[in-house]
Design a protein around this ligand. Structure first.
Ligand SMILES: *Cc1c(COP(=O)(O)O)cnc(C)c1O
Length: 391
């Protein structure tokens, strides 16, 4: 007698036998795994044997992506979490406790500063914000309780370059760890752990995924600092979703060629802007007059990143006109396949007062271009259209 539909249908199917492994990674959406026995469940949940029980603790698609990121950064450990912010939170919550002090760069991503300064204050962690491009000022900001220094490899939107080895030296002098947000550089340009940082995080949302369809983050570091990381990720609920990890792993497949192409075009765009009468400033680490050009060359080699920032004479009205004339999509993110632009005054830095923005060099006419993988000619002519108002 055949089984009743209401008994048959809800039960999971058997995986068919498959002697040949799939060449492309499988997508394992399961939130939970079947345990053979209480002994096995105990061994898995205590971490004694490798494997999966519950996807908030870990799942294969996150681990396949984490393994690639771990190898790219030459790290001992890596964990993929639900966003770049979750990666920074995982670093903070695993390394610090009440009574500790941290030093944060004054040019960090806005939400990172909110997390590291305001949210930490509620947890009893003190902080000092400083220009971490100034090593002496960074050293002076450290106290006997400083446990973490946080800086970005390349800052937003003025693209200042951090001296990672110099900051690592300051951190070691005061007994702190250095956490680098490597989102703007990415592992193709820079591997901060090789330069002495203990921890590196990236927003996988940006260039690593590259296709504007995922929000994810990754944290990499040494085994010696990892004991609390799995517990923090699981108990604070920082986990990632399998499909997002599957998509990001696919995006990562083309990372190196996308970066190579976009860096070439970014340098060409930056050079085309220098000396243009409508442009009052061009920021790009690959230009010889960039304040940290030789440091950038030493840290990154011959690729200087995919972001170019310019300031137009004529303020916000001229920035608005540029956006309309150029036809480049105005998206307040970066690292997309296509060239996009952002207007820091109205997006990433809108919470700052005009004088605080001016201190960072951000004006109404400041635009941040994220260079995509279109041909260099196409991108150059879009930028020229934006500048000249001619098609
Ligand atoms: C986007 C971004 C983040 C935050 O990453 P999410 O994936 O959006 O949480 C952190 N740092 C930098 C430099 C970023 O650009």
């Amino acid at each position: 007698m055949s089984e009743r539909p209401d008994d048959l249908c809800p039960r999971p199917p058997q995986l068919p036998p498959q002697p040949c492994p799939p060449h492309a990674p499988p997508l394992l959406l399961s939130s939970v795994y079947e345990c053979a026995s209480p002994d096995q469940a105990e061994a898995l949940l205590s971490g004694q044997s490798p494997g999966y029980v519950y996807a908030r603790d870990g799942h294969p698609n996150a681990d396949m992506l984490a393994e690639k990121c771990r190898a790219l950064h030459g790290a001992e450990r890596a964990v993929v979490v639900g966003s770049g912010m979750a990666a920074t939170a995982a670093a903070l919550l695993s390394q610090l406790q009440a009574g500790d002090h941290l030093v944060a760069s004054n040019q960090l991503y806005g939400r990172s500063l909110t997390l590291l300064v305001q949210e930490t204050a509620r947890l009893g962690i003190a902080s000092t914000v400083v220009d971490t491009c100034d090593l002496a000022a960074t050293r002076a900001a450290c106290t006997a309780k400083t446990r973490l220094i946080v800086a970005e490899t390349i800052t937003n939107p003025l693209l200042r370059v951090s001296d990672v080895a110099g900051l690592a030296h300051v951190a070691s002098q005061v007994g702190a760890r250095l956490l680098i947000d490597n989102t703007f550089a990415g592992p193709v340009l820079c591997r901060p752990l090789e330069l002495g940082a203990e921890l590196v995080m990236e927003s996988v949302t940006k260039t690593i995924n590259g296709h504007s369809d995922v929000v994810l983050g990754v944290l990499c570091g040494p085994a010696a600092l990892w004991s609390r990381v799995p517990t923090v990720v699981s108990t604070w609920g920082l986990a990632s979703a399998p499909f997002d990890c599957w998509l990001a792993l696919r995006g990562l497949g083309t990372l190196a060629v996308r970066i190579e192409r976009a860096c070439q075009s970014a340098l060409a765009v930056a050079r085309s802007l220098v000396g243009h009468p409508a442009v009052s400033a061009v920021h790009y680490p690959g230009l010889p007059d960039h304040p940290q050009h030789s440091l950038a060359r030493a840290q990154f080699g011959e690729q200087f990143g995919t972001i170019v920032t310019l300031t137009l004479r004529g303020g916000t009205p001229e920035a608005t006109a540029f956006i309309q004339r150029s036809g480049i999509a105005f998206c307040p993110s970066l690292g997309e396949l296509s060239t996009t632009l952002s207007h820091p005054e109205s997006t990433s830095h809108r919470a700052l007062s005009p004088s605080a923005r001016a201190a960072l060099g951000i004006e109404g006419g400041t635009l941040r271009l994220s260079i995509g993988i279109e041909s260099t000619d196409w991108i150059l002519s879009a930028v020229q259209r934006g500048l000249e108002g001619r098609p």
